[in-house]
Design a protein around this ligand. Sequence first.
Ligand code: MTE
Length: 310
Amino acid sequence: MILRSDDPSAPKPSEITPKALYLDRRRFIAAGVAALGLSAVPAKAAVVIRSTVPGGPAVADKPTARDSATGYNNFYEFGTDKEDPQRNAHTLRPDPWSVRVEGAVAKPGALAVEDLIRPHVLEERVYRLRCVEGWSMVIPWIGVPLRDVLARFEPTLGAKFVAFETLLDPERMPGQRRSVLEWPYREGLRIDEAMHPLTLLAVGMYGEVLPNQNGAPVRLVVPWKYGFKSIKSIVRISLVEAQPPTSWGRSAPGEYGFYSNVNPTVDHPRWSQAKERPIGSFLRRDTLMFNGYADQVAGLYAGMDLRKDF
Ligand code: MTE
């Protein structure tokens, strides 16, 4: 049995966000999306802008139906079937919530999600998400570039990689009672990937706060990598010297490499990655190198053998 008091990811009482602040998060996002004309809530402040970062072909694609993006999910903490997260994630309770940023930073600390995002301009970014299983979606996220958030904690020279952890709490995430993966869910990026302007810390989608099943209250979105790199419901971000272990890497190292860049020329050992099925369409289409973001990110991997570093 796992006791909550043993859970190293659980926030300390001093880190817990007062309810009023959480409600403020909803108002904060609502005011921003209203400024974009996305909802009927009266605009108080223009805190959301449509991103000016060139997003490759994603911006030309029509977003996936919201019902599909919120009803067909991978979030193993709530079950392994695609419909499980929507059915089960009501136990998550994303408020109060804080995220601890630690390791190779001059100013480590834990911040409520509101305080993580409040000083920044929230952006809406329409990104393609390509799952390693062969399906894809196009999702309008709301978030802030991860690099802007990390900069406030003042990364030091030892920060070569960034490790992310999801909440560990089998009461709120009942799927953690089954050992389908090593819990908590862990992911990682190289520091230049984490600092890339496309890398987003998302707090909303489709003009609203993130639904639980999509990783409330805060998740990563790395659009040029397979979807499993985009870790949900983050409680800890550690800047570290060495490449950190990842849940999927530990579970099947021959299948899920650390980089996991979308690459139609490198097959998964058990299936081809050349094509994908956009959710909502019957027709499969060619998968693009780096999920269509090659112009923006290929330079990060210059000189690397992407068959070896898959
Ligand atoms: N994060 C956590 N904590 N647990 C998970 O099981 N699944 C990953 C990723 N993040 C997962 C996770 C996978 S495999 C994918 S494809 C995306 O989330 C799916 O995101 P979506 O459900 O919002 O489309």
